[in-house]
Design a protein around this ligand. Structure first.
Ligand code: PEP
Ligand code: MN
Length: 337
């Protein structure tokens, strides 16, 4: 880190800061300027809070140089992490597609959709049993009954299944039915949940929080790795901006930037990013071109009667069409699907 002294800092104050840098176990490298002195503090100290220098007399600012996250960073591990979800590998050359309804509604519904997306070439089935709904008056999910239906649909189609867990106390239960867990946008900073999922070692999709910066998102992933689980897939699902024409604003920048910052796989959820089913095919093509490792898409066989997120759900036939186009795109960018 670099400690920038105030223009009027005197020799005593500069000396004191240099001594403190050394006392904390760093090397001090001062540059004495005519108006301002800056002091580089060199050393590797995990868990050290650079803010402590701000309380010292004469200090103006502290500029951290190293990233606050370690385990998720490319600096630590340069090769891509491939997350293996019982045989489905996320983060390799092959793009992955996860499709299914927002919520599991009935045996018929999840079975029909599972068969349709399987036929279209999906790798995994999604479906929520515990729904974090904005309104308490809307459908909250079928709970454990929903998990049973999802697991059954997975068994009968051979698709791996992913579902959201909203409460740290449910991690074990949900993990007993699902191949992969999902942490929803609203829970990205639920640290107890992150710790619990870290300990479970179950592969997990970590969605970006509605107003989370990329650094906050990577710090959330860091929690999971720190607690023992390296199987994290990041999912960009749009952030809230001043724009109201779409449900959220997809942060396309995040994809190539994350590829620089972290070794973790990155997928995109165009359904929650846009909120509009008509936009899903073009946005899906765009994010794959930008370097995403896959997609998670809401597909419903009767969107107008869906119990949640109907307006952003595409029909199975549109999903099948999209898969054909993704295949052509994958060939151009040197990947497959
Ligand atoms: C979902 O996947 O259905 C969901 C609730 O997503 P998000 O957490 O991104 O809003
Ligand atoms: Mn949804």
């Amino acid at each position: 880190m670099i400690i920038v002294m105030q223009p009027n800092a005197d020799k005593e104050q500069i000396k004191y800061v240099e001594e403190q840098i050394k006392a904390f176990g760093f090397q001090a490298h001062p540059i004495y300027g005519e108006f301002k002195t800056v002091i580089g503090a060199i050393g590797d100290k995990t868990g050290f809070d650079p803010q402590v220098f701000l309380n010292m007399p004469g200090v103006e600012t502290v500029v951290p140089i190293m990233k606050p996250y370690k385990l998720v960073s490319r600096e630590l591990k340069s090769d891509n992490t491939i997350v293996d979800v019982n045989g489905v590998k996320i983060g390799g050359e092959k793009l992955i597609s996860i499709a299914g309804p927002c919520a599991i509604e009935s045996e018929r519904q999840i079975m029909d959709i599972a068969c349709a997306v399987k036929k279209a070439g999906a790798d995994m089935l999604r479906g929520g049993a515990y729904k974090p709904r904005t309104s308490p008056y809307t459908f909250q999910g079928l709970g454990e009954d929903g998990l049973k239906l999802l697991a059954q649909a997975g068994r009968e189609t051979g698709l791996r299944v992913v579902t959201e867990v909203v409460d740290p106390r449910d991690v074990e239960l949900v993990a007993s039915y699902a191949d992969m867990l999902q942490i929803g946008a609203r829970n990205m900073q639920n640290y107890r949940l992150l710790q619990e999922i870290g300990a479970s070692k179950k592969p997990v999709i970590l969605k970006r929080g509605i107003s989370a910066t990329i650094e906050e998102w990577l710090m959330a992933a860091e929690y999971i790795l720190y607690n023992g689980n390296p199987n994290v897939v990041l999912c960009e699902r749009g952030i809230r901006t001043y724009e109201t024409a779409t449900r959220n604003t997809l942060d396309l920048n995040a994809i190539p930037l994350l590829k620089e910052l972290t070794h973790l796989p990155v997928i995109v959820d165009p359904s929650h990013a846009t909120g509009l089913w008509r936009l899903i095919p073009s946005v899906s093509m765009g994010v794959i071109a930008a370097g995403a490792d896959g997609l998670i898409i809401e597909v419903h066989n009767d969107p107008s009667h869906a119990l949640s997120d109907g307006p952003q759900s595409i029909l199975p036939e549109r999903f099948a069409e999209l898969m054909v186009n993704l295949k052509a795109l994958a060939a151009i960018i040197g990947r497959s699907i």
